[in-house]
Design a protein around this ligand. Structure first.
Ligand code: AHZ
Length: 312
């Protein structure tokens, strides 16, 4: 046996030694025509496990106390994260996304059509991200929604102070008493309660699967409109009696919906900002269907509101 980096002893492989690594090639082009002698650098399986799990558990440890938690990595949540990451490298920001694949509904423009429409002035957000578009006058068109989402996602993930926990569901909110003269039962939101999404999906048939937590003085919820997962945080606000009832998302009206969502993006109860289509459930706003400008600009507004709270 030999000793690993953490002092534990590990059994040596008794198999054939891997061929020596030919690390001579310095560029991809130099690899070409040398496939006969090609070999990868050597690896032991435990190195792969440790490379992943050490980072993940370090992140879980570090982000257990975050400055901001963003719930939902759809077009609004990612836009919020992008603006915060750009402006504030000093803040520790956790994004919790229930799906394995972040992006929410923004991988297609609408139905199964590829192109994504954004009404002006949301083209300014695309320009900031350097995403090309066709200018159609009052609106612009990105040739594929996946170009928008993948570019935004890659920018967000490159910020060292932002960690995406995907395949992880927010199952509840952490609250602290914050009574006011008019409402002695008022609370402020102080973080989120999480679980692996696969676990969240099995509370009915498995018992004893208690959740985990992230403390944060500010949560930004962008879980989309009501559905199997959506509108999670605002529905919870009703059941914990912090808002009386939801307005309920109304029918589609592109002309009113987008302005309402952007203008309405705000702190709903202390410590909880709501943006994107989740907000339509609070305010009884219309849906806009396949135009995504309001999601990007609601993200811009959510970030601005967040910094006002953080810097209070
Ligand atoms: O998986 C969800 C999605 O990626 C995630 N989510 C929902 N509940 C969650 C929970 N914990 C963690 N409890 C959760 N994550 O939130 C993301 C929401 O993305 P979305 O694309 O559904 O919402 P959005 O508000 O960013 O964008 C809405 C896009 C729409 S809907 C619409 C219409 O119906 O008319 N029009 C537009 C542009």
């Amino acid at each position: 046996s030999t000793t690993a980096g953490n002092g534990l002893s590990v059994k040596k492989d008794l198999g054939v030694k891997p061929a020596a690594f030919n690390g001579q090639s310095k560029t991809l082009a130099e690899l070409e025509d040398k496939w006969e002698s090609f070999t990868f650098a050597p690896i032991r399986e435990s190195q792969v496990s440790r490379a992943m799990t050490r980072r993940y558990f370090n992140d879980l440890d570090s982000y257990a106390e975050s400055d901001i938690v963003i719930v939902g990595a759809g077009s609004c949540g990612l836009s919020t994260a992008y603006m915060l990451g750009k402006k504030r490298p000093d803040l520790k920001i956790a994004i919790v996304e229930a799906g394995v694949a972040p992006g929410g509904g923004a991988w297609l423009g609408g139905q199964l059509f590829s192109a994504m429409v954004m009404r002006k002035p949301a083209d300014l957000f695309l320009t900031d991200l350097n995403i090309p578009f066709d200018d159609e006058g009052d609106f612009v068109v990105v040739k594929h929604a996946a170009l928008f989402t993948s570019t935004l996602l890659s920018r967000v993930l490159q910020f060292p102070n932002i960690k995406l926990f995907n395949a992880t569901t927010v199952e509840d909110l952490i609250t602290r008493p914050a009574p006011t003269p008019t409402d002695p039962k008022a609370v402020r939101i102080a973080g989120v309660v999480t679980n692996w999404t696969l676990v969240s999906m099995h509370h009915d048939d498995q018992s004893c699967m208690d959740p985990n937590t992230i403390n944060a003085p500010l949560v930004i919820s962008t879980t989309g409109h009501d559905g199997p997962f959506g509108a999670f945080c605002v529905k919870r606000l009703v059941s914990m009696q912090q808002i009386e009832k939801l307005g309920g998302m109304r029918g589609l009206d592109m002309r009113t919906a987008e302005d309402a969502i952007v203008k309405g993006t705000r702190e709903i109860v202390p410590g909880l900002i709501v943006g994107g289509m989740e907000l339509s459930e609070v305010d009884g706003a219309n849906r806009m269907g396949p135009t995504f400008g309001a999601m990007a600009l609601s993200g811009v507004k959510a970030a601005e509101e967040a910094l006002a709270v953080v810097d209070e």
